[in-house]
Design a protein around this ligand. Sequence first.
Ligand SMILES: Nc1ncnc2c1ncn2[C@@H]1O[C@H](COP(=O)(O)OP(=O)(O)OP(=O)(O)O)[C@@H](O)[C@H]1O
Length: 308
Amino acid sequence: MTTSTLEQTALAVRTENLSVRFGGVPALDRLDLRLAPGTIHGLLGRNGSGKSTLAATLAGFRRPDEGRVLVESADLGTTQEPYENAVVTSRVCLIRESGDLVDAAPVKHVLGLASSLRPYWDDDLAGELLDRFEVPTGKKVSKLSRGKKSALGVVLGLASRAPLTIFDETYLGMDVPSRNLFYDVLLADYAEVPRTIVLSTHLVAEVSPLLEEVVILDNGRLVTQSPVDALRGRGASIVGPAAAVDDFTAGFTVLAEEKLGGTKSTTVLGDLDPALLAQARQAGLEVGPVGLQDLFVHLTAPTPGARS
Ligand SMILES: Nc1ncnc2c1ncn2[C@@H]1O[C@H](COP(=O)(O)OP(=O)(O)OP(=O)(O)O)[C@@H](O)[C@H]1O
């Protein structure tokens, strides 16, 4: 399969009024989302916000209680729903933290199964990644450490080259060097074979450099969906002499503050117009975009009376 053919297959996803309930309690509450094809999306939310439920529903593992999930691609022809739809599910790869791996099976068999089931599977990539993550292919899955199980999940997800690939906290079990390797290989392979990728996580600071668009959930509801740049433009970080920073940021909603000696960095919410930017420069202050993590914490902060 050539790269241009693969570009034709990148799946666009949308949800309409999507709700999923457990025992009558909504885990997803009337979500209207759009995931652009050929884009790396961050699916962000605090614990219990509905990320895994959404990931499973997008992948066709769950039937919506209300509303629907719709996917389309240039080569699919028609818009289709993933649930109980083999044509769509062969194009979607969901890798969960649990791994969904048969513990008794040797790693080699898991790879053989993936290669036979996944139409876009790339054996060379799988081999290269297994080497780089040092996953022992002769062992049974049950004998792998947590980190190596996660690495195997990452290999399965990337080598599947599925038009919609979803990593649901897959890499949590991996140590920092392995996670960094994951981010590097993900970006490199995405550049080679563009597809729709969803990274579900609460490690916001760590994954933010990879993301092009984000969906933020809170208590099953959509807080915001936005390109990362637009989101980061919703605030600013002001750095400079502490007193000057305090003067300048008085009256703004402060998201975060950090002080080192006489220098302070304050992150504020709000649009800084050109006049304010000029004023900041005159006061010797540096103005940068807001960190995604600061915005995330602000946007998902508990509000009095909110459902727990
Ligand atoms: N199988 C289930 N049975 C009952 N309730 C469930 C089930 N799965 C999820 N829930 C509930 O649905 C809500 C959303 O859970 P979900 O696992 O989707 O959130 P999450 O954002 O992935 O959380 P985390 O970051 O902690 O993994 C939670 O209130 C959770 O308790």
